[in-house]
Design a protein around this ligand. Structure first.
Ligand SMILES: NC(=O)c1ccc[n+]([C@@H]2O[C@H](COP(=O)([O-])OP(=O)(O)OC[C@H]3O[C@@H](n4cnc5c(N)ncnc54)[C@H](O)[C@@H]3O)[C@@H](O)[C@H]2O)c1
Length: 294
């Protein structure tokens, strides 16, 4: 029989439901206790999922818990993952690992030092959509990739998230920290490491209005840039233009398009596990049916 790792959840917010559902797909993890700085949120979660609510401190000291699942807001990811590792627990956090590069590096060093595992969302690049794309690229179907485009752009979470403020807070909000990890992880997985980034950023709205929940109708200040237009240069000299934005009502561009010297590929949504990759190796763009002709 498989060992079942006992997981302690810290951060009982919006996304926790997805993890309670997801644990059913695995036969080696079980969320057994939860904690939150908001005691009521932890209690509510515990009652709903029939587990035990404890304080953050108690969870970190709990000998039964082997893995801390860190579903707090981005600004707290580093501190909570660090405390998990310092207390001898493996750590898995929602994206991003930390809100700056130095803190992310420190977490990796700490995990190595303590001989503990550290994992982080997104894991969508391991799904069928991006893996199929990787297979096509690695098999040379579109040749060497030297150019590409990527875009995530939508109007922001304020319409459907009851506590959207942290998405717009200074140093922890904005689309690079929120959705960037899906796109950047997929691009690095498909193209390799990046070496330089140049870009501009802007903020279109000074305020946002909460569209759902107990604070519906309340306005709050936007403290961070909400659109980034950037160019990433990879180690292999591939250049990708990326748009990450919370300021776009609608658009019709593909999530990621990569252009090789033999053809082009439309990469499925890196925020999802599945999706189809479309390839064209004809100048006119006959998408999808050409893979066998290579
Ligand atoms: N909501 C989504 O659709 C979604 C999707 C994918 C990923 N995520 C990611 O999941 C994470 C959480 O998102 P969410 O939507 O659940 O946020 P949320 O605001 O609904 O919940 C976060 C919870 O963490 C708690 N918390 C904050 N700081 C804490 C600390 N220092 N110690 C203990 N608890 C603390 C808050 O009290 C809150 O209950 C974010 O990193 C987000 O990017 C969210």
């Amino acid at each position: 029989m498989n060992k079942i790792f006992k997981v302690g959840l810290i951060g009982c917010g919006h996304i926790s439901e997805t993890y309670f559902r997801a644990q059913e797909y695995f036969n080696n993890i079980r969320i057994v206790k939860c904690a939150d700085i908001n005691v009521d949120a932890a209690k509510k979660c515990a009652i709903h999922y029939n587990i035990e609510a404890v304080t953050v401190e108690e969870l970190l000291k709990d000998k039964e818990i082997e893995i801390i699942l860190n579903l707090t807001i981005p600004g707290a990811h580093y501190e909570v993952s660090k405390m998990a590792l310092e207390n001898g627990k493996h750590s898995y956090a929602e994206k991003p690992m930390a809100v700056n590069f130095e803190d992310g590096k420190k977490l990796l060093e700490l995990a190595n030092e303590k001989n503990l595992y550290i994992g982080n969302a997104p894991d969508t690049f391991l799904g069928g959509g991006i893996q199929k794309t990787k297979e096509l690229i690695d098999n040379g179907v579109i040749g060497d990739i030297k150019l590409g485009n990527a875009i995530f752009a939508f109007p922001g979470v304020q319409s459907y998230h009851p506590n959207p403020e942290s998405w717009f807070a200074e140093n922890e909000g904005g689309p690079v920290i929120d959705m960037g990890p899906y796109y950047l992880t997929a691009l690095v997985n498909l193209i390799g490491p990046a070496k330089q980034v140049q870009g501009r950023c802007t903020k279109v709205f000074e305020e946002r209005e909460i569209g759902i929940g107990p604070k519906k109708g309340q306005k709050f200040k936007v403290e961070t840039p909400t659109t980034y237009l950037a160019t990433i240069q990879f180690e292999n000299d591939c250049i990708i233009q990326i748009t990450l934005s919370f300021d776009v009502v609608a658009h019709q561009r593909n999530h990621i398009e990569l252009y090789g010297n033999k053809g082009s590929i439309i990469v499925p949504d890196p925020n999802m596990f599945g999706g189809s990759a479309f390839v064209s190796v004809t100048a006119g763009g006959n998408w999808g049916g050409n893979i066998k002709q290579i």
